[in-house]
Design a protein around this ligand. Structure first.
Ligand code: SAM
Length: 363
């Protein structure tokens, strides 16, 4: 018995969606598997002692291959490999960051300290309200950062919530070896942040500036960077919106000096290497976002599967009903046929004709 085709339309289309979902789940699993190998470092590269500089190691170390533990949305993702290298290279006594938001760059610094066992203190400064360039956001952002900080880094890390300048008195002059400036990105903003915080730097002080390659309306870090880069030893990365590295102190850490020296000859190679490593980190972030979607997709797949099963059951039920009706219909047809062929039916035919005639006349 043919079943009305409309009954099949729903389950067939859902079947296509379900297959697509299953394919995605398989692809995510494969990507997650691949991701679990990324923290492996190439063999044979060991750490350098402070002051020992081998030219071939002047801009790459094991840390350049690390993948951050806390992957969150950030325009800074592609700078993690260089940041790992930098903290390893200069081994700062204290780090301050102006502009932390979700904590991506800040937790890269913190992670390096833990993994290398450094005695570094760190300070994250932010209003944790956002601004017109980064966008304004809710209290949950600070709460997430604070939870990670308490759980993983509370031994050495302090979050200073408020405007940058309000914390100037909390940090002693000459105490910071690494300052990251990533607040508002207008020329006046970045210039103000640099000038206000410069006294906090030690004589080994290094400053990194994010967004030096960003030229969109309202961004002026590039302009301030052009002024600074001719006054101090420096190196500029173009990828990831640009990152400027500036040695402001009179005593440039030896491995950083070697890096700057290598940068004179090998700038393209260095940029290309850290661009590649940065892209690998950004890819890890995308994979982690997709992997986080897997449980929801799996739930959707099993909901679709049971919907499909129910639809199948309903189709079977309808088929049974239709078969029953058909057999009832055929039974009635048989009864009618046998009635038509019966002797009594034939004998009573004149009576039926007469009755029809009477009815027609009355009408
Ligand atoms: C671009 S985000 C920082 C991004 C972060 N470094 C990362 O790794 O993704 C800029 C942050 O600076 C903060 N900010 C900007 N100006 C500030 C100021 N004067 N005082 C405190 N926070 C400020 C904003 O709240 C925002 O969270």
């Amino acid at each position: 018995m043919p079943v009305p085709s409309a009954l099949y339309v729903f389950p067939r289309s859902k079947r296509g969606e379900m297959v697509a979902c299953l394919r995605e789940v398989v692809a995510f699993r494969a990507a997650a598997q691949e991701a679990s190998h990324v923290n492996e470092v190439p063999p044979g590269s060991d750490f350098l002692d402070e002051g020992t500089v081998r030219p071939s190691d002047s801009w790459i170390s094991d840390t350049s291959y690390w993948v951050p533990r806390h992957l969150v949305e950030s325009a800074w993702l592609e700078h993690a490999p260089f940041a790992f290298w930098l903290v390893d290279a200069i081994r700062p006594a204290a780090i301050a960051e102006l502009g932390t938001h979700n904590g991506f760059s800040y937790f890269v610094f913190c992670e390096t300290i833990v993994r290398l066992g450094l005695p570094t203190r760190t300070f994250a400064l932010d209003s944790w309200q956002g601004d017109d360039q980064a966008g304004f956001y809710g209290a949950d952002v600070y709460e997430n950062v604070s939870t990670i900080n308490k759980t993983d880094y509370s031994a050495f890390s302090t979050l200073l919530r408020g405007y940058f300048d309000d914390s100037l008195d909390s940090i002693p002059d000459g105490s910071i070896d690494l300052l990251h400036i990533d607040g508002r990105h207008g020329y006046d903003d970045v210039r103000h942040d640099f000038e206000a915080w410069r006294p906090k730097l030690s004589d080994r002080g290094v400053v990194i500036f994010h967004d030096i390659a960003e030229h969109q309306e309202g961004f002026g870090v590039w302009q301030f960077w052009e002024e600074l880069a001719v006054q101090f030893p420096s190196f500029a990365f173009d990828h990831g919106h640009g990152l400027g590295v500036l040695a402001v102190g009179s005593r440039v850490p030896p491995r950083l000096r070697a890096f700057f020296d290598a940068g004179v000859e090998n700038a393209d190679q260095i940029k290309e290497f850290y661009l590649g490593r940065g892209r690998a980190v950004a890819k890890e972030y995308r994979v982690s976002v997709q992997a986080a979607e897997v449980p929801a997709l799996q739930a959707e797949v099993s909901a679709l599967r049971s919907e499909l099963q129910n639809a199948g059951l309903r189709v079977e039920e309808k088929e049974r009903e239709i078969a029953l009706h058909e057999s009832e219909r055929l039974g009635l047809v048989d009864q009618v046929n046998s009635l038509h062929h019966s002797t009594s039916w034939r004998l009573t035919r004149p009576l039926r004709l007469a009755s029809d005639l009477v009815h027609r006349r009355r009408d």
